[in-house]
Design a protein around this ligand. Structure first.
Ligand code: PMP
Length: 284
């Protein structure tokens, strides 16, 4: 499988990352995942905008324009013959010696960019069936809006879920639900959809933008309002969202069924609306 190293397409095993890379040393970098359907990226501009916004927040000088980045990403997808799948890419603050916490001069130390692809079809059976999750305290930092490659908090939360056979961990701060380890979190109560507002406690999800838009256009009431663990556990429907899983029903929380333990009608409607939005951009 070929990958991108800066602006070059190379074999993955040809890439040698320097041990002094600040991504490796400090987790000093940003990442994104974009999904393609039928050879076309969905919401690529939104993902690229979020990378540029994040870079500004951490004074990371990106080594490309938005258009150059998109061209590179398309080139790799074509090279690897990915029609429907994901592209992961990251940018680190480069190779600075000696190791020192403070930012190096970006003129002397350019950022390092890498990207890789995977072919992944939509997992329809899982999207029909739903997943089980656990809940746990949100132990992460207070800049969750930055899509940082420093993911230890998220990794630890996901591992807790996997230890008990669950797929995702719903994190909360003092009983207020924030988001999953790698997803935004949603609940439906009395026909109204709730999700945590953007801010420093959650990632401003791109899938969330699409779901909010299609829900509003379909006339489904939406509230970008935080909710408690107790509200979550008494919800009519619960689901999570991300680029790779779209809208995923959650049918069991901490070993207890959500409602009747089956995918509910609102998340089914949102899944259908999301597919329609994808097909309008990427074809059937
Ligand atoms: N929250 C977190 C912590 C995530 O890692 C992700 C996915 N990367 C999301 C939310 C969902 O974001 P998106 O819809 O842009 O994939």
């Amino acid at each position: 499988m070929k990958v991108l190293l800066d602006d070059k397409i190379v074999e993955r095993n040809e890439v040698k990352i320097d041990m002094e890379d600040r991504g490796y040393q400090f987790g000093d970098g940003l990442y994104e995942v974009i999904r393609a359907y039928n050879g076309t990226f969905f919401t690529a501009d939104e993902h690229i905008d979020r990378l540029f916004t994040g870079a500004k927040k951490i004074d990371l000088v990106l080594p490309f324009t938005k258009n150059e980045l998109k061209e590179r990403l398309y080139k790799l997808m074509k090279e690897n013959e990915i029609e429907t799948g994901n592209i992961y890419f990251q940018v680190t603050r480069g190779i600075a010696i000696p190791r020192d916490h403070s930012y190096p001069d970006p003129i002397k130390v350019p950022a390092v960019f890498t990207a890789s692809t995977t072919k992944v079809p939509r997992d329809q059976a899982k999207m029909d069936r739903g997943i089980s999750v656990i809940t746990l305290p949100d132990m992460r930092w207070l800049h969750c809006d930055i899509k940082s490659i420093s993911l230890l908090g998220n990794v630890m939360a996901k591992h807790e879920a996997h230890k008990v056979g669950a797929e995702e961990a719903i994190q909360h701060r003092d009983g207020i639900v924030t988001e999953g380890a790698s997803t935004n979190m949603w609940m439906v109560k009395d026909g109204v959809i709730y999700t945590h507002p953007d801010g420093n406690l959650v990632l401003p999800g791109i899938t969330k933008i699409v779901l909010l838009d299609v829900a509003r256009k379909a006339g489904i009431p939406v509230k970008e309002e935080a909710f408690t663990l107790e509200q979550l556990k008494n919800a009519d429907e619960v689901f999570s969202s991300s680029t790779t899983i779209e809208a995923m029903p959650i049918v069991e929380i901490d070993g207890v069924k959500v409602n009747d333990g089956k995918r509910g009608p609102v998340v089914k409607q949102l899944q259908d609306l999301y597919v329609k939005a994808v097909e309008e951009v990427c074809g059937k």
